[in-house]
Design a protein around this ligand. Structure first.
Ligand SMILES: [Zn+2]
Length: 420
């Protein structure tokens, strides 16, 4: 299908949500997807890092009946056509044929959200050039946050200066200006970003601050963008990626963080601004307690290893001790197994209950021929074990702690039947 070029109504007015148009092409693809092309549309088509609009189209057919369609995707073709992928709302009949009048309604909440993030990106990118001398390389508008990738030279202080500057322009509530110019007229403007080609080029200007070539949806006044907040900065492929939110998203994030911090402070019985210090004290106390515990364990280890070794029973050519331990961390169990298997001819199986399951540790003395990793693999299917290891020591996760004793019995059987 190949209709004529679609007039992009958001070029002139990013706040126009309702519009009338005529169908120029209609098609059903082999997968059953419906596509409508229109002579004009307010539905923004995915591009420039910004996702498409959604909304509804209502067609008035030649027989006077109407059909309602949900616009779920909007794709711009290079030749200027725009494909609206639609799904029938209620029991819509056939697709409206070319010439059918339609009325469109763009989802206003989604448009405003995208417009805030997108215009906020213009302001932040311009501020980053002015305050930090770093260029924006790419922009992506996600469902929760937006990102820009910038020169790796950016540091925290420079980002802070840029945010201060960008938010200052928001607070100025400056009117933005859209220009449609020819390539020859471009020279009149000091353009930050130029990615547009064609006979008519759309420029978006924030007076005394920024001019960019852009086909996106923009705020009428910078105040509409609302607060611009950077959430984090990460290294990404030789660049730095800034994750940010504007307007409604910034308000939501602030609310979430406020609630989270209040909850943390309440748990610590302190004020929100004291929470970080309280957590630090808690961590230090925990570290000290752990060190004391480790020292105590070290002191008790020889006796615990001797006790374990003494409990070993003959199993084939070796002696086996199986022990369910609720009193040990996994590191402690490893230390205990190491200490016990320092004596000759011993196999140690330790099970540490954890949740509904258990962690299994299997170790043997240096003179024992058993391959612990292979034995774990051999028993894996029967006991739903996940793990493995080398010859001297293996570990595995056991899904059901009720299987600990049967597993111990199976290890004993395997050792008893092993060749000496
Ligand atoms: Zn733009």
């Amino acid at each position: 299908m190949s209709g004529p070029t679609c007039e992009r109504l958001w070029f002139a007015d990013s706040h126009q949500l309702a519009f009338d148009a005529r169908v120029t092409a209609a098609a059903v693809d082999p997968q059953g997807g419906h596509t409508l092309e229109l002579d004009r549309s307010a539905f923004y088509a995915t591009g420039g890092g910004q996702p498409h609009d959604t909304g509804t189209l209502v067609a008035t057919h030649a027989d006077g009946t109407t059909s309602r369609w949900r616009v779920c995707d909007v794709v711009a073709h290079e030749d200027g056509r725009i494909a609206h992928r639609v799904e029938p709302l209620a029991a819509a009949g056939a697709l409206p044929p070319p010439g059918t009048p339609v009325t469109g309604a763009v989802d206003g909440a989604r448009r405003r959200d995208h417009l805030q993030q997108h215009t906020g990106q213009h302001l932040l990118s311009a501020a980053l050039v002015r305050a930090a001398g770093v260029e924006t390389k790419s922009f992506h508008l996600g469902a929760e946050t937006a990102t820009i990738d910038v020169d790796a030279a950016l540091d925290d202080a420079a980002l802070e200066r840029a945010l201060e500057l960008a938010n200052g322009v928001v607070f100025d509530d400056r009117a933005t200006v859209t220009h449609l110019v020819t390539p020859e007229e471009l020279a009149r403007f000091a353009i930050r970003r130029q990615t547009f080609t064609g006979a008519r080029i759309r420029l978006v200007e924030v007076p005394d601050f920024d001019v960019s070539t852009c086909g996106g949806t923009h705020a009428k006044r910078t105040g509409e963008v609302g607060l611009i907040v950077a959430l984090r900065v990460e290294k990404a492929k030789g660049l730095k990626r800034i994750t940010f939110v504007c307007g409604g998203r910034a308000r939501r994030v602030f609310g979430e963080q406020q609630r989270a911090l209040t909850e943390v402070a309440r748990e610590l019985s302190t004020a929100p601004d004291q929470a970080a210090a309280a957590v630090r004290r808690l961590c230090e106390a925990e570290k000290a307690a752990r060190k004391r515990g480790e020292a105590r364990f070290e002191a008790l280890l020889p006796a615990a290893a001797a006790e374990l070794t003494a409990a070993a029973r003959p199993a084939g050519a070796v002696r086996l001790v199986c022990s369910r331990r609720d009193d040990l961390t996994f590191d402690e169990a490893q230390a205990l197994a190491r200490a016990a298997t320092a004596t000759a001819g011993l196999v140690v199986a330790l099970a540490l209950p954890e949740g509904d399951g258990a962690k299994l540790l299997l170790a043997r003395s240096a003179d024992v021929a058993l391959h612990a990793g292979d034995l774990v693999k051999k028993l894996a299917a029967r006991f739903q074990l996940r793990g493995g290891g080398a010859a001297p020591q293996a570990q595995a996760a056991l899904a059901d702690r009720a299987a600990i004793e049967p597993l111990f019995a199976a290890v004993a059987t395997e050792l008893a039947s092993a060749p000496p």
